[in-house]
Design a protein around this ligand. Structure first.
Ligand code: BES
Ligand code: ZN
Length: 884
């Protein structure tokens, strides 16, 4: 297979992405699909028929479309009233997932044709295409529902189709099923009739849905199952939440109300009415992603839609809100206006990500979500993009296994950061005006990135493409180094790599950097560095900071003296929360990659003990855990010293906040208390460890309210790290018996903290047992990464079980990538890289080659960091009394 390498030095990174596409011939264009499907829940197969109306663009003797694992039983090609062929030749090409129908008679360009196909398919259990998902029926037996996940390239697994985002068509869907089944699709029901079943031989209902607007195949959805629903009429069209019958449907109330408000907000903000007659959102028990934005029928993982506010904490609620608002944003960005091809994926995902934060901020101002953006999206973007194996936002992708891999922090987080950057530069109002123009101009159509820049330029009168183009076309981002003169600063940009080994040819891109210079007088949003280096006058050098609020995608490197002064400025209240968190993040990243000394960040963190804000503490916490996990395989004495430093840093704050909750606690305060309790607990604060055991023991004795939902994960984690088999069994019992998925997941997620070799083996075995659905395989294994014993065991496990994992997690899905990352990326030494490379050298890395390269890069960065700064860290710890 010809593979694309996305290295920074690859000239193809800047080439016209359209050249790399592997697309269908353009001799015909689909206009309308009439699709009928009937599942067989005994055999896990389905029967289908599709009639595709086509515009014939040029003289045609063959029609090619996409299929994958569907069996075609009969084919007929017609034009007008004429049958062109009732038995065309059929040739399938496995590699390109296409089937070609050939016939003798030529259909002339400019005319109409239709292709009728009878086919059958597998109602698979791989969470792709038309697949089955299971839940508990009332009598305790297993009940099945049939559902779909088409994005990116699995509509072709459900039915023969022209499976490219730009080949939009209208769809009329009919589902045939037993009476007790609820049938759902993108549109509302047009009619219900009784038909002869192709499966049972008897009669069944056939539910036909109204014709959809012009749309892409990856957004199609159909679901058949026994379901409950709740409905609201508070939006212009009905909104419903559906769930399988083993779930409490009332847990959908929060999402239901939020969805109605969000749709109303979006259609007003975008000045573009939601064009469908209804919006259904449904919880699916087996689901590969978090949620999927199918037009008018959004599918979710159960945890991302249903929430019981009595048993779930504040962060779970925020996640649900984010997911709902993200998928609803796609109804415009993605569904109404769609990227031209997958290399433009960021136009979907970057925008939905940005938009969900924008609307969350409007709906829940007290959550202050933009403050958290710096420690969330900006952090993920800069983290992945600091690796040589990162890729440009717009990257050539051809086939399924490549397309799946770009659903990553670059498309989502870097994409949304690029939007945040331009929205700040233009001002949010002008940005939104540009968005309205973009949606209006391209409704029901497809776009490239340039179309977005053009609309923003139109609204702002500025040359947006000139300042933004490089950010989506080139890999990476710069580190801006500041040196100070008497009345000016000198700034210079260079490519930033975590491995700190940038080659000259990797450092040729000059990014347009918005400096957003903050001084005592305010922020200068106009200032930009467009060359390698330049001087800028600053009136008063006493106080200044670049990248105000960290809306820019870069790191800033100051002299140690300036960093110290900024630490002081932070205390004086001259910096925003975003500035403080971002500044710590930059200093940490610069230290771990060799641009500065690690002792510098340790001192900086030490000076933040009196910090008051949650988000800044999130950043402090993640900087220490990055350091501690890089040092996991080092001397025990140094590891203990680092733990003591963390304890010293966090304990006072944790005790000051306390760990009891009242109704008066705000959303942020709840998370703040929970986080500090957890961090201090992990660092073995004696009082907190004792408190955790007290709560746990009461809980174990039957007091179900003894552990507050906000603390559940931390309490479990603390007792597992400090306890043994008894604690493990109690928590495992919770994982099996819990009523809500959040409670169950919280239990599963911490089991790996137990270090006892026998318990480690039980955790590993659990992840592949029937107890854990394939969608949740990552849950039990993730906490094993918190200790060296677990990391070693994970690596052995993934090698021993590779065939099984490959079978369960097909390369077309993103999950195999996650398992590879989880089981390899926690290593910290060069020898580990050799082992990993040796193991995979004999395997196909299809579907996860990018993740693997990124893990190896990340390990080399850690190895180099330790080599460079091991003595520096020891020295600092000694000087500060943490190490003898
Ligand atoms: N379009 C994606 C779902 C998706 C992901 C399809 C990967 C195919 C491959 C959806 O809009 C999405 O982004 N879901 C996120 C949730 C969101 C809040 C970031 C997810 O699945 O986690
Ligand atoms: Zn999305």
């Amino acid at each position: 297979m010809c593979k694309h390498h996305f290295g920074a030095d690859d000239p193809s990174a800047a080439m016209d992405v359209t050249q790399a596409r592997e697309v269908l011939p353009t001799n015909v264009k689909p206009v309308h699909y009439n699709l009928t499907l009937e599942p067989d829940f005994d055999k896990f197969t389905y029967e289908g028929q599709v009639v595709i109306d086509l515009d014939v663009v040029e003289d045609t003797t063959s029609i090619s479309l996409n299929t994958n694992q569907v069996t075609i039983h009969s084919a007929k090609v017609s034009s007008g009233d004429q049958v062109v062929s009732s038995s065309p030749t059929i040739a399938h090409d496995e590699a390109t997932q296409t089937t070609k129908f050939g016939f003798d008679q030529t259909i002339s360009g400019g005319s109409k044709a239709s292709l009728t196909l009878d086919f059958s398919g597998i109602l698979n259990d791989n969470m792709a295409g038309f697949y089955r998902s299971s839940c508990k029926a009332e009598d305790g037996s297993t009940a099945y529902l049939a559902t779909t996940q088409m994005e990116p390239t699995d509509a072709r697994r459900a039915f023969p189709c022209f499976d490219e985002p730009a080949l939009k068509a209208e769809f009329t869907v009919t589902l045939v099923a037993d009476d007790k089944m609820t049938c759902l699709s993108n549109m509302d029901v047009a009619s219900e009739t009784t038909v002869d079943s192709k499966v049972t031989g008897g009669k069944r209902k056939a539910v036909t849905f109204n014709k959809t607007p012009l749309m892409s195949t990856y957004l199609l959805a159909f679901i058949i199952g026994e379901l409950n629903y709740i409905e609201t009429t508070s939006f212009r069209v009905p909104v419903r939440v559906y769930a399988p019958k083993d779930r409490d449907i009332e847990h959908g109330r929060f999402s239901l109300e939020l969805a109605a408000r969000t749709l109303d907000f979006y259609e007003k903000t975008f000045d573009s009415p939601f064009p469908l007659p209804k919006m259904d959102m449904i919880a699916i028990p087996d689901f590969s992603a978090g949620a999927m934005e199918n037009w008018g029928l959004v599918t979710y993982r159960v945890v991302d839609l249903l929430i019981d506010e009595k048993v779930s904490g504040a962060s779970v609620k925020q996640r649900v809100a984010e997911v709902v608002q993200h998928e609803l944003a796609h109804q415009w960005f993605g569904n109404l206006v769609t990227m031209d091809f997958w290399d433009g994926l960021w136009l979907n995902e970057g925008f939905a990500t940005w938009m969900s934060w924008y609307s969350c901020n409007v709906f829940y101002p007290d959550w202050k979500v933009w403050e958290g953006y710096v420690t969330d999206n900006l952090a993920s973007a800069l983290s992945l993009d600091s690796l040589r194996s990162s890729h440009p936002i717009e990257v050539p992708v051809k086939r399924a296994d490549e397309i799946n891999q770009i659903f990553d922090a670059i498309s989502y987080s870097k994409g949304s950061c690029v939007l945040r950057m331009i929205s700040k530069y233009l001002g949010e109002d002008i940005f939104m005006e540009g968005i309205r123009r973009y949606l209006k101009k391209h409704a029901y159509g497809n776009t490239q990135t340039g179309d977005l820049w053009a609309a923003l330029a139109d609204a702002s009168g500025k040359d947006v493409e000139k300042v933004m183009d490089i950010w989506t076309k080139k890999v990476g981002f710069p580190v801006v180094t500041v040196t100070e003169g008497t009345d000016s600063i000198h700034v210079k940009q260079n490519r930033f790599l975590r491995t700190a080994d940038v080659k000259p040819e990797e450092d040729e891109t000059l990014f347009p950097v918005f400096l957003a210079l903050r001084t005592a007088e305010g922020v200068d949003e106009e200032l930009a560095l467009t060359t390698r280096e330049a001087d800028f006058k600053v009136k008063d050098l006493d106080f200044f900071k670049l990248n105000a609020d960290h809306s820019g995608l870069y790191r800033t490197s100051y002299s140690p003296e300036r960093l110290h002064k900024l630490g002081v400025a932070a205390k004086q209240g001259l910096l925003t929360v975003e500035d403080r968190a971002g500044m710590i993040a930059d200093a940490g990243a610069l230290a771990s990659s060799g641009y500065q000394k690690t002792s510098g960040i340790l001192s900086l963190l030490d000076s933040f003990k009196s910090e008051k804000e949650f988000v800044v503490w999130v950043e402090i916490g993640s900087r220490i855990s990055v350091l501690r996990s890089a040092w996991q395989f080092e001397d025990q004495a140094v590891k203990d010293a680092l733990r003591k430093f963390q304890l010293d840093l966090c304990s006072d704050k944790a005790h000051e906040l306390g760990w009891t909750f009242s109704d008066k606690d705000g959303h942020i305060e709840q998370q703040f208390k929970a986080m500090m309790f957890g961090t201090a607990g992990v660092a073995k604060d004696k009082t907190i460890v004792k408190a955790a055991f007290d709560m746990f023991n009461k809980f174990k004795a039957g007091d179900s309210s003894a552990i507050h939902p906000n603390l559940r994960g931390s309490v479990y984690g603390i007792v597992l790290s400090n306890g043994g088999k008894e604690e493990y069994d109690t928590i495992l019992d919770q994982a099996t018996k819990a009523k809500t998925v959040d409670e169950r997941n919280t239990a599963l997620r911490v089991l790996g903290r137990a270090k006892d070799p026998e318990l480690i083996q039980r955790t590993l075995a659990l992840s592949l047992s029937d107890e854990v659905k394939a969608q949740d395989i990552y849950l039990p294994i993730s906490a094993l990464r918190t200790h060296p014993e677990g990391i070693e065991a994970l690596w052995k496990w993934v090698q021993d079980n590779w065939d099984e994992l490959e079978r369960r997690l097909p390369p077309g899905l993103t999950m195999l990538s996650s398992v590879v990352s989880l089981t390899t990326s926690s290593f910290t030494h060069k020898e580990h890289i050799k082992q990993i490379e040796a193991f995979f050298s004999t395997k196909s890395t299809k579907g996860f080659d990018k993740a693997l390269a990124q893990c190896i890069d990340a390990i080399s960065a850690k190895a180099a960091w330790i080599e460079r700064d091991s003595d520096d860290v020891k020295g600092w710890l000694k000087e500060h009394g943490y190490l003898q």
